[in-house]
Write a protein that binds this ligand. Structure first.
Ligand code: CP
Length: 302
């Protein structure tokens, strides 16, 4: 791959290839760069997991990682993302990992004829989060070793979620049955092409995977945020100790994190046997090694 910016770029077989390579890295596969390779992680939105695990993946692959601080960069003087990337490419950076609040920020960049730097999208607004999607797929595959016919429920703040969009699309491509639940006003009807919206409590006992989502306070409008009632949400849509009892014995719970403990899932259930929330974080490093390897191979650096 020259870039990985959207899950639209990947067939089901491509996703399985990434999962298998990530599993090989998890099992200890080592690679050796053909030439020195340099990465820069440009995060214009906050992140703990994605930024740290891309950085860890870069280091495990033997890349050199250059610092970028959005708050003190020349973007604050009005420099465009194109000029920022063109600059760091000229300085010698091979791969840019970018998180940005603007949906589709990458479109003009991947089409720009003079830009050769590899781009890995680390999340764009409410658009796409391909590396999160692949690590979620890896975590599901580790549990079930297939996707065909698996029932997967995506629950919660769907409208604002790039994870919901990426996962629904890839899960349906991989042959899983996708369902949605949560506050109806937070559903995006455009996602109906991937699965039906239904009642959380009715769907829960039938599901193999329950992908709960973070309530994204930063993307809610001022009035909906001030009216948001955490306890009412937990009561209707949270994973509580009573609700977890109705799950199938081998059902797993995913959450992209950070978790609003006591809202989307009760505190004591975050590390319960059904939960794969911290496994997702571990798998994130190996999936990102697989993504970066693909970009490095394209540039003949691996
Ligand atoms: N899941 C996720 O993207 O987490 P961060 O925002 O901490 O990177």
């Amino acid at each position: 791959q020259a870039n990985l910016v959207s899950i639209d770029q990947l067939t089901a077989d491509d996703a399985l290839d990434f999962i298998h390579e990530a599993q090989a890295f998890k099992a200890g596969k080592q690679v050796h760069l053909l030439k020195p390779a340099y990465a820069m992680n440009l995060f214009f939105e906050d992140s703990t997991r994605t930024k740290t695990s891309f950085q860890m993946a870069e280091m495990k692959l033997g890349m050199q990682v250059l610092n970028f601080n959005a708050a003190t960069s020349s973007v604050n003087k009005g420099e465009s993302l194109y000029d920022t990337l063109r600059t760091i490419e000229e300085i010698g950076v091979n791969i840019a990992v970018i998180r940005h609040s603007q949906n589709n920020y990458y479109q003009g960049l991947v089409e720009a004829p003079n830009l050769k730097i590899g781009i890995a999208n680390a999340g764009d607004g409410s658009g796409q989060h391909p590396s999160q999607c692949l690590l979620d797929m890896m975590t599901i595959y580790e549990q079930f070793e297939h996707f065909k016919g698996l029932k997967v429920l995506i629950n919660g703040d769907i409208r604002h979620s790039r994870v919901a969009r990426s996962n629904a699309e890839m899960l349906s491509r991989l042959g899983a049955e996708v369902y949605f639940s949560g506050p109806e006003e937070w559903f995006d009807p455009q996602l109906e092409r991937y699965g039906k919206f239904g009642s959380f409590t009715e769907l829960l006992p039938k599901m193999d995977v329950i992908n709960i989502l973070r309530v994204q306070h930063e993307r809610l409008s001022g009035s909906s945020n001030s009216q948001f009632d955490e306890q009412a949400y937990r009561k209707q849509f949270g994973i509580t100790s009573n609700r977890i009892k109705v799950l199938k014995p081998d059902a797993i719970i995913l959450h992209p994190a950070p978790v609003n403990r006591g809202v989307e899932i009760d505190d004591e259930l975050v590390e319960s046997p059904h939960s794969r929330i911290f496994t997702q974080m571990k798998n994130g490093v190996f999936v990102r090694m697989a993504i970066l390897s693909s970009l490095l191979r394209y540039q003949k650096l691996l």
